[in-house]
Ligand binder design. Structure first.
Ligand code: SF4
Length: 482
């Protein structure tokens, strides 16, 4: 039984100090507004995963508390924060391009403050690149000290050089940071941070730190407050939610937490991501089956089908044990929607190895798969591996994988034809504003009509039943039935 090492919480003194600074900056901004009639504005650019989206909602929450309105674009902003991602090499290169485009804004508005944060900034080479090549960036901070933004913002006003504050400790838990949510009816709720799995191709453990769980009472309090504000669906987030609670004093695991969230009045739907297959327990599968609000959807990255490659990836499961977990989930929840992540072209991958990957796709039949071509990630063990796969072979395999997965997704969507499904209405459809859009409990996007125009806005945020009339590979169309 591993020794439970208590997770460090940022002390309340430090947090109240940041809140005092937020109040001070807000007073200054209000005075500015009274003088100029122009409300200072902020703009946050977010790259990467759901965790970064959730972090950006906290960055916006703090800036909002400091009296910054949200600007529709970087052009109209007085503070710009770029929340970076470094999961793949090209993501990092693209980001330098984005930061480069901000230079002229500084020339037009010398009082503009530009900050760069997120996973990329937890890497020394990237911080050095920004510090030396993008000197107009005022603040650099990381994933472990978001809560220090007020202090960094205030100090940067008197600094000539780029202010750099990167925490490389084990990582801490910070509660009571204001949040500005993107959506009223659906919310991201982070339950834990970091990852201890060290898959050989992944940079996350190096930039997000060791696993640390929020206390269940803090998570439940956040979700109860969301429910009171009208939120209907929560997605609980973690790099590996199945490790939840392993670092907490009291013995509570992810399945226990799901049951507690299931009891929160007002919440209608619960989703979660991401699960590591090695930690999916029978207890969790039973809990998903028994908790009515937990949606029949499971994101279970398998990455590769060959045990040789899984071993090189340090994934800690085999093709067989993975398929057994999938079998149990399907048995407990017939019709469950499965999604996954797959990497093609991992060093040493042979034709036979790749066939194993295709075999898993055929056996499991995923509703959705996020498919990637392996790219070396500086700082990860896999980047040192020889036997890099030829680029042409990688692309050929990738095309075959996408073709197979598209046919599977299409086939699974066809099973929805003429079925009546429950939708949480999110808003007007992007493809056709005359229609509304939302998702099924299995995560399918459905665009639908059949409601009276005046009724349209009242439906947003509610659960309605829709009959499916048309199916496509990535979405469905339908008509409201009630
Ligand atoms: S489980 Fe593996 S792939 Fe996922 S974040 Fe952790 S190290 Fe990365």
């Amino acid at each position: 039984m591993s020794e439970r090492k208590a997770t460090i919480q940022v002390d309340s003194l430090e947090l109240s100090r940041q809140h005092e600074i937020m109040d001070r900056i807000r007073e200054n901004n209000e005075m500015e507004y009274a003088k100029t009639g122009k409300k200072p504005a902020m703009h946050v650019l977010t790259f990467g995963c759901q965790q970064n989206n959730a972090d950006s909602e906290r960055i916006k929450g703090m800036l909002n508390q400091m009296g910054y309105a949200e600007a529709p674009s970087t052009q109209a902003a007085d503070v710009i924060i770029v929340n970076t991602c470094c999961v793949r090499e090209n993501a990092e290169l693209k980001l330098y391009g984005h930061i480069g485009t901000l230079k002229h804004l500084k020339r037009n508005n010398p009082r503009l403050i530009i900050g760069v944060c997120g996973c990329m900034m937890q890497q020394e080479h990237a911080v050095e690149m920004i510090r030396t090549k993008y000197r107009y960036v005022d603040i650099i901070f990381g994933t472990h000290n978001l809560y220090k933004l007020p202090e960094l913002l205030e100090r940067s006003k008197n600094e000539k050089y780029t202010l750099i504050d990167i925490l490389n400790t084990e990582g801490m838990i910070v509660e009571d940071i204001p949040v500005k949510r993107e959506d009223k009816y659906k919310a991201w709720v982070t339950i834990m941070y970091g990852c201890n799995n060290f898959c050989s191709y992944c940079i996350v453990p190096f930039v997000r730190g060791r696993e640390r769980s929020r206390k269940p009472q803090d998570i439940l309090e956040e979700i109860r407050k969301l429910a009171q504000e009208g939120c209907k669906e929560v997605t609980v987030l973690g790099q590996n939610v199945n490790s939840y609670g392993k670092d907490l004093e009291d013995t509570v695991d992810f399945a226990d937490l799901l049951r507690m969230v299931n009891d929160v009045d007002g919440i209608e739907r619960i989703r979660f991501m991401t699960s590591h297959p090695k930690d999916i327990s029978d207890k969790l599968i039973e809990t998903m089956r028994d908790c009515k609000k937990v949606c029949e959807q499971l994101h279970l990255p398998f990455q590769a089908g060959s045990n040789t490659i899984l071993d090189k990836m340090n994934r800690k499961y085999t093709k067989e044990s993975y398929l057994e977990k999938v079998r149990k989930a399907k048995e407990a929840m017939p019709g469950i929607a499965l999604s996954t992540d797959v990497i093609v072209g991992f060093p040493g991958e042979t034709e036979a190895d790749f066939e194993e990957t295709l075999d898993v796709i055929r056996q499991v039949e995923y509703d959705q798969a996020f498919m990637f071509i392996y790219s070396k990630r500086k700082g990860t063990p896999a980047a040192e591996l020889s036997e890099q796969v030829d680029e042409e072979v990688k692309h050929k395999h990738f095309d075959r994988l996408v073709k197979l997965q598209n046919s599977v997704s299409r086939k699974l969507n066809e099973a929805y034809m003429d079925r009546i499904v429950e939708i949480l209405v999110e808003g007007p459809s992007k493809n056709d504003p005359e229609r509304l859009t939302g998702r099924t409990r299995t995560g399918k996007v459905v665009n639908f009509d059949g409601f009276d125009k005046p009724q349209r806005d009242t439906l947003i945020g509610s659960l309605v039943n829709v009959r499916i009339t048309e199916v496509f590979s990535w979405f469905l169309n339908g008509t409201v039935t009630d």
